[in-house]
Design a binder for this molecule. Sequence first.
Ligand code: UD1
Length: 365
Amino acid sequence: MTRKSVLCVVGARPNYMKIAPILAAMTGSALQGRLVHTGQHYDKAMNDDFFADLNIPEPEANLGVGSGSHAQQTADVMMRFEPVLDANRPDCVLVVGDVNSTLACALVSVKKGIPVVHVEAGLRSHDRAMPEEINRVLTDQISDLLFTTEKDALANLTREGIDPKRVHFVGNVMIDSLLWNLKRAVPAQETLNGFAPQGFGLVTLHRPSNVDDPVVLARLFKTLAEISKDLPLAFPIHPRTKAQAERLGLLDGMGHIRFMPPLGYLNLLGLLKESRLVLTDSGGLQEESTALGVACLTLRENTERPVTISEGTNRLVGNDPGRILAAFHDVMQKGGKRGRVPDLWDGQAATRIVSVLSGWLGACA
Ligand code: UD1
């Protein structure tokens, strides 16, 4: 069997649940998946715990890039990725999502004439102040093969001049991970001890637009404290958010909010499954809550994942206290928005990717 070599890249937390099913689906296929980690995320809680929970194999190389400004981080990934690419000469490079590592590795590859495959292509928030939006637009422009998670993505890509023949709607690999691991989720009781199922809400916040401005963050924490009087909140806190909240003295006296370090994948899945509602600015949680039918209030003015609004349980509420509280009371009184699971979010996206990619690379069994 001639196997084609696919160099897969991960860098930051949201990449891990996307790459895990793809690597698993490549096992025993015509594709040989190999993994490189840029090291954009590095803490045990932001990295190692996810590798363990998701059974991701040890990367062949870790570039150890770490944190820095956008320019520093992106440039560092590019410089450290180039020799790895030269040493490996894969048949293609596969990148996922929209983090700085995604764009950096795609850019190095395309300039070396190595085809780039982008998983989760075509999502657009239409908000260029968001660093991820720049990464999405640019990665898609230089990708040879683009895999999309929802139908709106194709219209975004064709508007930007991308040949629809290169675009394949395959479903959502993050939902593959969710469905494959649902039975392994750690019961919420074990993480929260004392919160009853459906008797709590789950909060995550890490977007610069919510976290970096002290006024915005303080107002959000006050709103969450208000909500926690009616519904206790579990709040695994991202390092960016923790650092700012500590600087502002926001972690004490916040009502019934239970702060905790970032959680591993299976612990977070357990909380999500059993929560009454989710308050978040994460892209992943918007999709995961839609897949599980859990009400989601997104603390942003826009989303690059519109199917979670048009078909799922998601509502955009921004960061204005009045809007958030009104939406919260609506969920408490009426049970929240009902939704349906979007097309092809069925646990088979990675298998479709491997099948299309094998044909495209001319890999023969
Ligand atoms: C990055 C991604 C974002 C993703 C998020 C998930 C970009 C542009 N942003 O944002 O799309 O949703 O990851 O977490 O790629 N830190 C640690 N330990 C770590 C990693 C980070 O303490 O393992 C701290 C550092 O102080 C760092 C800060 O968190 O300065 C922010 O990390 P960074 O990777 O720059 O961005 P995120 O906000 O995590």
